[in-house]
Design a protein around this ligand. Structure first.
Ligand code: SAM
Length: 183
């Protein structure tokens, strides 16, 4: 199994709350084990861990990390680093190497990222060479490297589990062991 963590840098609490929360939730849903937040915003940790508490799994958020120390420590422990940047190598040209790596940190920016990251990264990867969204960049990257495995993955100890249906909303409340239709 591949260990994937997201390193979110440049988060501005006054304007990036929603998008950073979505980066974390998307990463969790697509198989990452946690997100390191290189800014101090305890609200992000609380919001994501609240969702993870109800919907299961062990996804964590580490608040206010030092990004350089995290990258160095990750690499010292045998991990590799993929920095998402529209200036990088296109995703299809880097995906094979990333699939082979069993410990992958995915770095995603908000405001302009420090130029040092381009040298620290093993791969600077572009999801197309046009500016768009960090949520889209994380989603497409995790999807391509997962070989379709994580989308169907189960989340342990979930309070709530969705039963996929063609119409309507079916949810199992595991705390009561009952199913219900959500309106
Ligand atoms: N203005 C910033 C800069 O020049 O570095 C980038 C802002 S962009 C909205 C925020 C983040 O989204 C980037 O740091 C990058 O991680 C990600 N991103 C945006 N477009 C991307 C693309 N085409 N490929 C990969 N990542 C992308």
């Amino acid at each position: 199994m591949q260990h994937i963590v997201i390193l979110r840098i440049g988060h501005r609490p006054e304007r990036d709350k929603r998008i950073t929360t979505h980066v974390g939730l998307t990463a969790r849903a697509l198989g990452a084990e946690g997100m390191l937040l290189a800014s101090n915003d305890k609200g992000i940790k609380a919001a994501i861990e609240d969702v993870a508490g109800r919907w299961g799994g062990t996804f964590y958020v580490n608040n206010d990390v030092n990004w350089k120390k995290e990258i160095r420590a990750w690499k010292e422990h045998g991990g590799k680093v993929c920095h998402l940047s529209m200036y990088g190598t296109n995703l299809p040209d880097a995906v094979e190497g990333m699939q082979e790596c069993n410990k992958l940190m995915v770095v995603v920016g908000a405001e302009k990222v420090p130029s040092e990251i381009y040298d620290l990264a093993d791969w600077n990867v572009a999801v197309g060479n046009q500016p768009h969204s960090e949520v889209a960049a994380v989603a497409l990257t995790l999807d391509r490297i997962s070989k379709d495995e994580t989308l169907a993955g189960a989340f342990e100890d979930a309070e709530l589990t969705i039963v996929p249906t063609a119409r309507g909303k079916r949810v199992i409340d595991n705390t009561k062991n009952t199913g219900f239709d959500q309106s």
